[in-house]
Design a protein around this ligand. Sequence first.
Ligand code: GLU
Length: 412
Amino acid sequence: MIRVRIAPSPTGIPHIGNTRTALFNFLFARHNRGQFILRIEDTDRVRYVPESEKAICEILEWLGLLWDEKYVQSGRLDIYREYADKLLKNEMAYKDEGAVRFKMPKEGKTSWADEVGKKTISFENKTQEDFVILKSDGFPTYNFANVVDDYLMKITHVIRGDEFISSTPKHIQLYKAFDWKPPVFAHLPVILGSDRQKLSKRHGAESVLYYREQGYLKEALLNFMVLLGWNPGEDREIMSIDEMVRLFDLKDVNTASPVFDIKKLEWFNGHYIRQLPIEELKSKINPSASLRARIKNLDTKILDELIILAQTRMTTLNDFSELTRWIFEESEVLLNEKEKQLAQKLIEAFLAIEQFSNETILQTLKTLIKTEGVKMSNFYKIITGKETGLPLPQALEILGREKTLGILKKRI
Ligand code: GLU
């Protein structure tokens, strides 16, 4: 039975890097009909952030990366003490000013065959030092609790970021000391920013909760993350979580570092927004409170048509409010004299149209572009306050002549 885990330390809100690790573990477990375990590694009390554990669970639940078992290390302190005692008894560890240290071998090498890229990684033991396994406050260190738990929880594969490669010799020597078989190790290449430096907020990489707030769909985030260091070997990009589960294999994890590209995430999000059935999109657009109050007064048919139109232009769910603010809010659009005159001309031209439709509106705008020597962006500016936005003739047809004229009259 394949059993994998993610072992986040609750020191902050999970970002794209550790959430990608969670996704890869989840996919590996589900693909192999194995188990996916969540273990909160909260033994570092100094770096502990109380809201972190909740955020970890919230993100996993939102993304649908549901765990089969959950453990919290601070509730298991007796276990780590018991195992530290065993090492003390065998003289593989020693007491040092209240702390317990593990004796690392001083000669030879520590090696393992990493599953990513199938390469052997080796460290000279003389470069390693004895290390603390139990601190004087009775709490184990990360290295120790991590190994004891991976063994007790029967973890078969440790899939984690490659920043843990340097700790792996310590882990392997602990397995040896207990005479336990180490798991398979798979270290994922670190995600880089566009300047090939370590990923940070500078590159637009934020916490996963931030992306949710900004109107990203979980489908887009999952699809974006799965391609950070993995691809199914075909030219496929768009994948549902079920397809990912079907296709995921550790042998296809790349050894090269993937580069985080926010444009790509936006592209996926736009794609998934356009796939949403209207009712679902409607329930997700989550307009601001003031917008909600105004929308309530709008005819449902008009609202639905606006949503369908906006769907073609949205990158995030929050874009709906942005794209339609000019319709719902008394937004202040400041026009100069020339623009006011153009607004007046628009009113007259729109009044003269017999049937107020997409085609006739477009025709009217085109005529004015010629006779007045203006551009389409001038109409956008006058009507919406911005230079781009929803396809204008369609949007005005949906609103109807009366509402359109109402908006224009407010502009002059
Ligand atoms: N607690 C470590 C972390 O914060 C776990 C590393 C591992 O997966 O072994 O990521």
